[in-house]
Each structure stands twice: as C-alpha cells, then as structure tokens.
Design a protein around this ligand. Structure first.
Ligand SMILES: NC(=O)c1ccc[n+]([C@@H]2O[C@H](COP(=O)([O-])OP(=O)(O)OC[C@H]3O[C@@H](n4cnc5c(N)ncnc54)[C@H](O)[C@@H]3O)[C@@H](O)[C@H]2O)c1
Length: 716
C-alpha cells in the first residue's frame, strides 16, 4: 500500500500527473518495488485514451529523485543478477520514452543517478533554479556508471563533451548550467515550476506541442568540429588521457563508461546500445572497488545521523566562535567557520599575525571568486563574519573556542586558563594540538568537562577529517557539540580517545619513519614516492608528504612518539641528520624535493643523499617490500590502537579516518579493509620476515599475532 501511495497517479482531466513521494522516506529512491509501481502506472496511462500528456513531479520539498537504491546495487554479486535488474529497469525507461503521449518532468531538488536517467527518457524537462536543484550522474563516485540508459541518452541530449564531463567525473549541475548545456528546456523559480509544467501539458493537449526526441545540436563552430566524425576521436582520446592521469587506472568505472559512450554514441539502435551499457555496468558493479566505494558512501551517510556520543545528549548551539592563533591552522579554521556562516573572533598576539589570518581567508575566497564559485557580495559578507582582536574583548559571548597556538604544553595550558577566565563557564574550549595530551592540557581549564580536542588537518579548507578527541573528563555534551559543529563546517568527524598522535598521526608516523629507513637501505626518494602514488594509489608518497608537513615538525613528532610508544618507534639516523642540514621541506623550498618560490615542486634534490651521509641510491629493494613495509607497519600500529588501546572501537572508524585524513586510497576501502583483503596471517608472516633484519619496529604486535593464528579479520 505504501508504495502505491508513494508513487501515485493523479488525474487532472487529460493530464496524468505522476507524483513521487515515498512514504516514510526523506528522499525518493528508485528501488525495484518503486520501479515496478512506476511500470504499473505507465501501463495504466498507455492503455487509457483519456490522457494526452504526463507530468512527473516530486512532492518532497527539496528532492526529485536521489537515485537508484544503493543498497540494491551493493548486494549485486554476480553479473547475471545484475543483468536481470538492469533489463527490468531498461524495459521501464524504454516504456516511458515510448509512451505515445508527451512526458514532462518537473524537477526541483536533487535529481541524481537513476532520477536523472528517468528524466532523460522524458520529452520535456524543466527545473527550478533553487540552489537545491542538482541534476547529474554521480555513479562513478560509487565505482559504477549510469546503467539505466544514462550513458546512451545524456550524450544524445547535451552532446558528447558536456555528457562526458558529467558522466566521467560523476558531476551534477544546477538549473542555470542545466539550461546552458541543454539538459533542461527551462529553469525557473520553484514556485512557478508546477504551473509551468501544467501549462506545457496544456499546450500538448491543445496540439501546440507534441512528442519529440530532443537531439543535441552543436551551436558553435568548435562544438560542430568536436561532434563531427573527425572531432569525436579527439574528444575520446583527450578524455581517456585525462582519466588515466587522474585515476592512474585504479578506478575501472569511468574508463568503462567512456568505452561505452565511445561504442554507442551515434548508433541508431537503442537496444544494442543499452546492451553494451548493461554489459559494461555489470562488469564494474561486481568489483571490490565498487563495493568499497559504496561502503564509504554508507559510512558518510551514517555520520550524518550520528551525534558522536551514545545516549540522548544534545549538541549545544554554536553561533559565536573564537580561534586562538591566526596562523596556518587558526586562519584556516576561522575561514572555514565564516564560510559556514559562523561568526568568528580571531585572537593573536600581534596585528601582523592577525593580518596573515585575514589574508589566508581572503586568498581562499578570492580563488573561488575568480572561478565564479562565489560572488563578490558573498565574499564580503563572509569576510565580515571574521573579526580580529589582541585581547579577550567579546569573549563573553563566545560559545566555543578553538585553540591553535604554538605546540607547547605549558604555553597552551596557561593560555587556556586565561581564556577560560574571560569566557562564560559553559564555553567549550577545544584544542587543535596534533601531538600533545588532551587530558593533560585540560588541567589548564577550570571546567575540564568543557575541554576536548578538535583536530583539523592541513590545509583546513581541503582536508575533510576532524578528529574529536575526548579527554578523560570531557563531557558527552562537549563531544556532541564539537561533533555537530564539525559536520556543520562540512567536515567528517570521528571521535577518538586521547593518546599519542590520536588515531591518524599515530598510524601515519610509522609509515613516514619506515620510508626514512627505506632511504637508509639505499632506496631513491622519487622511486619510493612513485610506488605509493602510481602502484598503491596514495595521493602523495611519504617523502613528499613529509615535505608538506615540514621536516622539522616530522622529526619533532618522531621523537615524541618514540618517548610515548617505546622502542617500537625507532628514530632513524636520517631523521637526526635532517634537523642539522637546514631542510624544512616545502616551507623553505628545500626538503627531500626542491621547490620554487611559489611552492611548486621542481625535482628530488639529488644532493640530499650525500648531505645525509648516504651512498648513492641503488634501489635494491623490490616494489613489494617497499610498499609492504610502509603499509604493514601502519596496520601493525592500527591493531594496537584499535584492539588494545581502543582509540576507536570499530575498524570502519580507522578506515574512514585514514581515507579522510590521509587520502588512503578509497578504492581499497581503507587501511583495515585492505588488510583483510590480504589476511592477517600473511601480514604477520611478512612482518616476521622483515623484522629479522629490522628488529622490533617491524615485529608483528601481539593483537596481530593473535589474529594471525586463525587468520581472523578486522571486520569480523
Ligand atoms: N600546521 C599543521 O599542519 C597542523 C596540523 C594540525 C594541527 N596543528 C596544530 O595547530 C596548532 C597551531 O599550528 P600552526 O601550524 O597553525 O602554527 P603557526 O605557527 O602557523 O600559528 C600559531 C599562531 O599562534 C599565535 N600565538 C602564539 N601564542 C599565542 C597566544 N598566546 N595567543 C594567541 N595567539 C598566539 C602565533 O602568533 C601564530 O600566529 C599547533 O598546536 C599544531 O600542532 C598544526
């Protein structure tokens, strides 16, 4: 009954209005039962002689159709099963396209994936110009591609280039862009959408408009050339080159989608084209890459519903924020707060430092302005939300303070105590420290229950993770408040327990240390980095990463870790040397790589081997050994952090944090999914072999040894 209600046919004389409003769901999704119901209605419409036009509209306020049911796609394990689902969907979308009477889709809100494919099978598409309206095909982000005819119909409507832009990158467009590329016929204010859809239907009834097959017509000379038999191969060649450059071949879906478009564009046989699309789709839908990307999607969706605590504790509202320190992190955090419409006060110890904070924010928005992603009006409005101060004026109305001053426990404790004195007793103070104990620091706060960690990553506006660190006395309310605030700032929060390096840095540091040992073992810097980017899929290799972080910072943290975690963390001789040769990394243009004045990487600095007292590299270690040593050492540390220290409680939190905080390849599903794909037995036995040379730092930890006995997985 509820499906019948959720997809219903409302007769308005000769116009059949199909209303979508799934009962008990926030958004409309095209699950199999929904599609079946849709088919039933199409049958009724086709058989009736009353109807002359069909209008399809959603009754959800900000959603047309969010897409196909991803749960169903996740469950597909065989190509045969996949084929059955697609064949059923194709028959419905074809029936829609083949209806003898014209169909008009009225789109307001998200019209994505299967939703977009549905409207592509209609004769007319109009949309609202509301900011919620997004029309597109995000499938490649889930390791699949449009399989309900999207790769066939979209290029025919908007042309090859615009279609590839959307399909390959999994993009969506707003109403304005949709109109520009010819994806919709009209874009108009939301209040007028339904009236306009009905008036188009009336025009149909009056015989002024009829059935049509909208075909792309090149407008400019360039478009004409690119769409000609001569130009098309060039478009495909460029798209393929760009794809392989971006994905390095790790993501099969967009490559397959391109292949499908190439084989079907211009074909006159819909049946053959859909068959090609179906075969390609079924190939990618069963890959582990797709399953991992879908899991990641669900993890992100789950965060949206979580509060960061168990039980019914509400986050406190935050309308006024303050940031202590207007440096690299403080400036970034202030920009992010204002960008999300939060009033933020930046405090530093000099006007020069404050000016740098303002400049950092303004630089980010200026870039958006030049890319037309922001208007001058909005930029000025956001800028006006940031105010600067050298004292605590205005702190009486602050709800939450983020501390981002120098990394020194005593200074931080003092500043926190002083800040607390100038704030209300219920003001929450969060530290952005990356290596100091949150519980220890909370001793500076008269109300330690209102103190915790809010660890952003650098650069703040780009890195999606925030570690929410609970100290020993942190209250649930403070945790929930920072968790909610992180989400409001567009970040993915993960709650972690206090401990050296919290979660992400604790796992990342052994990886960087191991890379330094590879260097000592005769490996070349560029070779190791390339193994990680081109063979493993990290966004950057460990040496490039250390240059980004700053070599002085890395060496300092290595030593802190050695002190905190014991001999398992060994300080490489190279690290000791690094501090004495004036190489700070990207920030002073000299690290493992050389950089120009604008920070652009030039090349590996060949002189560094000698400066570090190393022989010329011989690259004697295999790619396998390099990758395994650096990655397994993270898995080893993760087993302790998860199983023994309970820094987080579940393996998926490790995976989410590593993907969001370090760019660990999403197609591998995260560090522990990757570990499970190899098996704990294999990892432990390889580590044993490496440890015969390296000693304790590569010895499998007790939790990993225990797992290896029965080849147990992290995700059991
Ligand atoms: N830089 C990173 O990559 C990174 C990443 C995550 C976390 N962190 C952490 O963030 C914090 C800040 O790091 P950063 O890189 O932004 O440092 P930074 O040196 O760029 O900025 C620190 C700012 O704090 C100001 N300051 C010093 N004492 C102050 C005081 N008493 N009151 C107000 N302002 C004061 C300084 O003038 C400076 O502007 C540190 O705890 C660091 O560990 C840094």
């Amino acid at each position: 009954m509820s499906i019948q209600e959720g997809v219903r046919l409302v007769s308005q004389g000769p116009i059949a209005v199909v209303e979508l409003d799934l009962v008990g769901e926030k958004v409309n999704k095209l699950s199999t039962p929904v599609l079946m119901r849709f088919k039933e209605l199409l049958g009724q419409i086709a058989q009736s002689s009353t109807y002359k036009a069909v209008v399809i509209i959603s009754r959800k306020p900000k959603n047309f159709v969010a897409g196909a049911d991803i749960e169903e796609i996740k469950r597909i394990t065989s190509k045969e099963e996949c084929r059955k689902i697609l064949e059923a969907a194709h028959s419905i979308f074809n029936a829609l396209e083949d209806l003898p009477i014209p169909t008009i889709a009225a789109i307001n809100g998200a019209c994505l994936g299967g939703g977009c494919e549905l409207v592509l099978a209609c004769d007319y598409r109009i949309c609202s110009d509301a900011k919620e309206t997004k029309i597109g095909l995000p499938e490649t982000k889930l390791g699949i591609f449009p399989g309900f005819g999207g790769t066939i119909r979209l290029p025919r409507i908007v042309g090859l280039q615009a279609a590839l832009d959307i399909i390959l990158a999994g993009k969506s467009v707003d109403g304005r862009k949709a109109l520009k590329i010819g994806l919709v016929d009209e874009s108009l204010p939301a209040q007028m959408l339904e009236t306009r859809a009905m008036s188009i239907a009336q025009e149909v009834v009056a015989g002024k408009k009829g059935k049509r097959k909208k075909r792309f017509k090149a407008r400019s000379t360039v478009e004409k050339i690119m769409d000609s038999p001569l130009g098309r191969p060039l478009v495909f060649h460029q798209a393929r080159k760009m794809l392989l450059g971006q994905t390095k071949g790790f993501y099969p879906a967009p490559v397959k989608a391109l292949e499908v478009v190439q084989k079907t564009y211009g074909s006159s046989s819909r049946a053959k084209s859909l068959d090609i699309e179906m075969a390609g789709f079924c190939e990618v839908a069963v890959t582990p890459v797709s399953k991992h990307l879908i899991d990641l999607f669900f993890m992100m969706e789950a965060i949206k519903k979580q509060t960061g605590v168990t039980g019914d504790v509400k986050a406190k509202p935050v309308s006024h924020m303050a940031v202590l320190g207007a440096g690299t992190m403080g400036g970034g955090i202030a920009q992010l707060a204002a960008d999300n419409n939060i009033d933020v006060r930046m405090k530093d110890i000099s006007n020069e430092a404050l000016a740098l904070g303002y400049k950092a924010a303004s630089d980010i928005w200026s870039k958006e302005l030049s890319r037309k992603k922001l208007t001058k009006y909005d930029m000025d409005r956001k800028m006006s939300l940031i105010s600067g101060t050298l004292d605590f004026s205005g702190f009486g109305q602050i709800d939450l303070v983020v501390e981002a001053i120098v990394e020194d426990m005593e200074i931080k404790k003092k500043v926190i105590a002083e800040t607390a004195k100038n704030c209300r007793p219920d003001t929450i103070i969060a530290t952005n420290t990356s290596s100091l104990s949150v519980s220890e620091m909370s001793k500076g706060h008269p109300h330690p229950e209102n103190f915790l960690g809010m660890h952003f990553f650098n650069p703040v506006h780009r890195m999606p993770l925030v570690e929410v660190i609970r100290g020993e006395k942190t209250s649930d309310e403070a945790t929930a408040t920072v968790f909610e605030l992180s989400k409001r700032m567009g970040k993915t929060p993960v709650v972690v327990k206090d401990g050296p390096g919290f979660l992400v840095n604790r796992l990342l540091m052994p990886y960087m240390i191991e890379a330094m040992f590879l260097l000592e073992d005769g490996m070349e810097i560029g070779t190791v980095d390339r193994y990680f980017t081109h063979k493993f899929g990290m966004p950057m290799g460990p040496f490039r990463l250390m240059d980004e972080v700053g070599l002085d910072v890395c060496v300092k943290v290595v030593k802190i870790f050695h002190k905190a975690l014991g001999d398992r963390i060994q300080v490489p001789a190279v690290a000791e040397k690094l501090t004495t040769i004036g190489r700070l990394g990207k920030k002073n243009g000299r690290g493992f790589y050389l950089y120009d004045e604008r920070g652009k990487e030039l090349s590996v600095d060949k002189g560094i081997y000698k400066e570090l007292g190393l022989n010329s590299p011989t690259n004697k270690l295999s790619e396998k050994e390099c990758i395994e040593r650096c990655v397994f050492v993270m898995i080893n540390e993760a087993s302790l952090a998860l199983i023994e220290d309970h820094i987080v409680d579940r393996p998926h939190e490790v995976d989410l944090a590593m993907i969001m905080g370090t760019g660990f390849p999403p197609f591998r599903g995260g560090l522990l999914k990757y570990a499970d794909s190899l098996g704990s037995k294999y990892i432990a036995s390889e580590l044993e072999v490496y440890a015969t040379q390296a000693g304790l730092r590569l010895k499998p930890t007790q939790p990993l040894v225990n797992m290896a006995k029965t080849d147990r997985k992290f995700y059991s």
